[in-house]
Ligand binder design. Structure first.
Ligand code: HEM
Length: 155
């Protein structure tokens, strides 16, 4: 399981970098002068794939990880919503990341629509940007009290 936590930790950086690249690429197409390029489509696709992979790894951790729903038990005398640690990982982190991954999927889906390329870029830009904000808000950063996790995998 440790290896999956490490993977989940590391993949966060891959996803953040790809998502940033996707945003920059969509931004550059916003002025309507650029046709949607194969390279841009590829970056959008890789962003979506890394988001989906992160979801799968996260789901395994959520169910069977060290704080998993089937493998860990809540401290005595509390409930999920009362315990800020479990509420974060079981509810907040999971829900917000799920929303972000759906937004990334919709953003990437713009590439396949039959709408003008400028509109594809514009819509994708907003979906990716909101996803990025949600992800940044839901990561258990080292400076977040109660749920703090390292910047990089600690094996
Ligand atoms: C954009 C997607 C996501 C990002 C960027 C992300 C990021 C992270 C990071 C950085 C950690 C800390 C890892 C560590 O301790 O080194 C973490 C932990 C965790 N994440 Fe995610 N996550 C994402 C999606 C999800 C999803 C969708 C789920 C559930 C379905 C999930 C469930 C968990 C769980 C249960 C942990 C705690 C693992 C443990 O310490 O045993 N994550 N996540």
């Amino acid at each position: 399981m440790n290896i999956l936590v490490a993977l989940h930790n590391l993949l966060r950086w891959v996803l953040l970098i790809l998502l940033l690249a996707s945003i920059v690429k969509s931004l550059s197409g916003l002025n309507g002068k650029k046709a949607l390029s194969a390279g841009d489509k590829k970056i959008w696709l890789f962003t979506m794939i890394s988001a989906h992979t992160q979801f799968l790894v996260g789901l395994i951790l959520l169910l069977f990880g060290r704080f998993g729903m089937f493998t860990a038990s809540l401290p005595e005398g509390t409930s999920v919503m009362k315990d800020s640690f479990y509420r974060f990982f079981w509810v907040e982190h999971t829900t917000m990341m799920l929303i972000a991954i759906v937004l990334i999927t919709i953003g990437r889906g713009q590439a396949k629509k039959s709408i003008p390329d400028a509109v594809k870029y514009k819509k994708a830009f907003w979906f990716f940007l909101i996803a990025l904000i949600v992800i940044l808000a839901a990561i258990p950063w080292p400076f977040r009290e109660a749920v703090s996790r390292p910047w990089f995998p600690s094996l």
